[in-house]
Ligand binder design. Structure first.
Ligand code: SF4
Length: 339
């Protein structure tokens, strides 16, 4: 293995503040391949696949990848490849039919008792398997126009106990905007829990600032954060520092992962992920079967294999480190548990 100190193209020691890291994410496949000392043969398919869904990956995340390894489990999650352009039957643009569960712009109401607010469309990292990789964020996000109707929708439905900030990645928005949303929700008495689904504490751990903890954890609402890591190599000391700070502030921390062929589809990878999460104070929550989105079919793991993998994890790990294996089926009032 080539060591990080041998990296000659760009030294990655000082990443800057989180906003600088977000703005400075690598978007050029040529640069990414060069930084990781990978073959230029990977470039033409990467450029082609980028036309459908651009590359985007922050330096702090690249820094955890192995130089010269095209199969690195973190690289495989972000590097566009030729298979993404193949049209595979059953894999579509809106795999969860979310665009029909959208009562007002910026709101997705799929499940009883909870709803999602689409805070924004941008992410710190573009994950190649993302089920929202074709989502029309530009037509459907919480902006100045949709804000009042979204809040009115939540106020008028007293069954909504939990609001989930989603996206895109909600933590890609600035704290002022997020605090405004949370302050408004704080005044709606039937909302009890605020959940954030985010990959930022994993890909840019510096996003967990004092300001973030202040607006998130210091309100009336019970704070829950669901991070997203798929492989143990994603969780390094910087991620642990971020999660410990959240934990100290009283935030319940959970992880959702996607079962991805060639990345975490082995018992050892899943067990190591559970162990790494636990050391970071995070419990495994969901292991999702891949949603059938166009461009991601090469990551698909058959259900039978998934069931046998989870059984092996159960045989080797304490129950609290075994995630629920689930599939999302459009129209169902919750995730479908695959037992
Ligand atoms: S961070 Fe989440 S929403 Fe953004 S691309 Fe990755 S999986 Fe999709």
């Amino acid at each position: 293995m080539i060591t990080r100190s041998e990296l000659s193209v760009q030294t990655i020691n000082d990443f800057g503040c989180w906003q600088e890291q977000l703005a400075g994410a690598v978007t050029s496949p040529e640069l990414l391949l060069s930084m990781l000392q990978l073959s230029t043969k990977l470039l033409p398919p990467a450029l082609k696949a980028c036309q459908e869904f651009p590359l985007r990956v922050p330096h702090a995340y690249i820094n955890r990848m192995e130089l010269g390894n095209p199969n690195d489990p973190l690289l495989r999650q972000v590097l566009p490849i030729g298979e993404e352009c193949e049209h595979i039957e059953g894999f579509g643009l809106d795999p969860l039919a979310e665009q029909s569960q959208n009562p007002t712009d910026g709101v997705i109401h799929k499940y009883h008792g909870r709803l999602l607010l689409i805070v924004g469309g941008s992410c710190a990292v573009n994950c190649r398997f993302c089920f929202r990789r074709h989502f029309p964020y530009q037509d459907n996000r919480l902006d100045r126009d949709s804000w009042n109707s979204a809040m009115e929708y939540i106020r008028s439905d007293t069954s909504i106990k939990e609001v989930i900030l989603s996206g895109g990645d909600p933590l890609a928005s600035n704290d002022r905007r997020l605090e405004k949303i949370v302050t408004e929700l704080n005044h709606i008495s039937h909302v009890e829990t605020l959940r954030i689904h985010t990959r930022l504490p994993v890909v840019i751990p510096d996003r967990v600032t004092d300001d973030l903890i202040n607006w998130f954890a210091k309100k009336r609402l019970q704070p829950v954060m669901v991070i997203h890591a798929n492989h143990a190599n994603e969780i390094d000391e910087s991620v642990r520092e971020a999660t410990f700070r959240l934990k100290q502030a009283g935030v319940t921390l959970l992880n959702q992962a996607v079962l991805l062929k060639g990345i975490n589809d082995s018992p050892s990878a899943l067990i190591q992920l559970g162990d790494a999460l636990f050391k970071a104070g995070v419990l495994p929550y969901y292991l999702h079967l891949l949603d059938p989105v166009h461009g991601a079919a090469h990551f698909d793991v058959p259900e039978a294999k998934a069931k046998s993998l989870i059984k092996e994890v159960m045989d080797s790990s304490p129950g609290y480190l075994v995630p629920k294996l689930v599939r999302e089926i459009p129209g169902r009032p919750g995730k479908t548990w695959i037992s």
